[in-house]
Design a protein around this ligand. Structure first.
Ligand SMILES: [Zn+2]
Length: 328
């Protein structure tokens, strides 16, 4: 089996044998649905809906008593801390573990969860015993992604209580060979010290957006403006969503605005970015919303409504980006 194409075909045929199989016997939640875990969850999520924690208020609600947040569904069947222990090798391996082991042995050691979709048929109530059965629903062809090359594994888990379906979850992971960090960028002609460091992801440039990036190069944050009705829009696109005109010009933004929403990204670290990384939706005073990073600010100090001001900065040897800082 020295021929790589043949080895790949053999591996993929082996992977497909897993499709449609259950990953193991049904999992039964280690605890019945209970108010203590619901309360901890509500606290962690800062969810103050009284139907989760206030027995009197919950009794007056349509539920007639405390219920569990639907998004806790998977929490009821999780195995707890044992999952964090290194495997001893003695555990019975279920089909999912076997599938992952085969991919690991064939050079795809890394795993990252990429998608999760859930549907709930009813609220869970204290005393419910949740059971789950997981089927390996499909395995993709080999895909090249920003993280590396590998296979997407889709599973579908059915949740039930006493045989009654209460919800389902589709879960997708990528089992992959990590890309080499784009270290010495010797192929781009760069020579300075910055060219040695991994760089941020590059935009895909085309007819409809290159003008915007050219503006940044000239130190201008431009906002597209419909020539017919005057409505401003971002990101750049060929047609006005208000009046369908394809005539447009641009105005220069003051880069002043406020944080509409944000997340602080810790993992997975993508080369070229500093972590923790604050990614924010910023409402610019001109009326458009823009995605950027808030920098020079402790992530804990960022808040919705925070006034920010942007500046176009050189982020590596060839790229400029608008980055935002809190207005003092
Ligand atoms: Zn228009």
């Amino acid at each position: 089996m020295s021929n790589p194409a043949e080895a790949k075909r053999a591996l993929e045929a082996r992977l497909q044998e897993f499709v449609g199989t259950e990953t193991g016997p049904p999992t039964t939640g280690p605890d019945l649905v209970n108010e203590a875990m619901i309360r901890h969850w509500a606290e962690a999520m800062e969810d103050r809906n009284p139907i989760y924690t206030d027995a009197a208020a919950a009794k007056e609600s349509v539920h007639g008593g405390i219920v569990a947040p639907p998004t806790m569904m998977q929490a009821w069947i999780l195995g707890g801390m044992a999952m964090a222990q290194p495997p001893t090798g003695d555990e019975p391996r279920d089909e999912q573990n076997n599938l992952h082991a085969i991919l690991t042995e064939n050079g795809y050691p890394s795993v990252v969860a990429t998608n999760c979709e859930q549907e709930y048929h009813r609220y869970l109530k204290p005393g419910d015993e949740v059971q789950a059965t997981t089927v390996i629903e499909s395995i993709s062809d080999q895909k090249a992604t920003a993280l590396g090359t590998g296979y997407f594994i889709n599973t579908r888990t059915e949740f039930s209580v006493d045989g009654e379906a209460v919800g389902w979850m589709k879960f997708r992971v990528l089992k992959f060979t990590p890309n080499e960090a784009p270290a010495a960028a010797s192929d781009d002609g760069g020579g300075g010290p910055m060219s040695q460091a991994p760089r941020r992801l590059r935009p895909t440039l085309g007819h409809d957006n290159k003008w915007w990036w050219d503006g940044l190069e000239e130190g201008k944050f431009l906002i597209q403006k419909c020539s017919a009705c005057g409505v401003q829009r971002h990101p750049p696109r060929p047609m006005c969503g208000e009046c369908q005109s394809i005539e447009w010009g641009s105005v220069e933004s003051t880069m002043k605005g406020a944080v509409h929403s944000y997340v602080v990204i810790h993992h997975p670290p993508v080369p070229g970015y500093d972590y923790p990384l604050v990614c924010a939706l910023i409402d610019l005073d001109e009326g458009i919303r823009f995605v950027s990073n808030v920098i020079d600010c402790a992530p804990g100090d960022v808040h919705v409504g925070m006034k920010v001001e942007g500046r176009i900065e050189q982020v590596d040897d060839e790229m400029k980006l608008p980055l935002f800082r809190a207005v003092k």
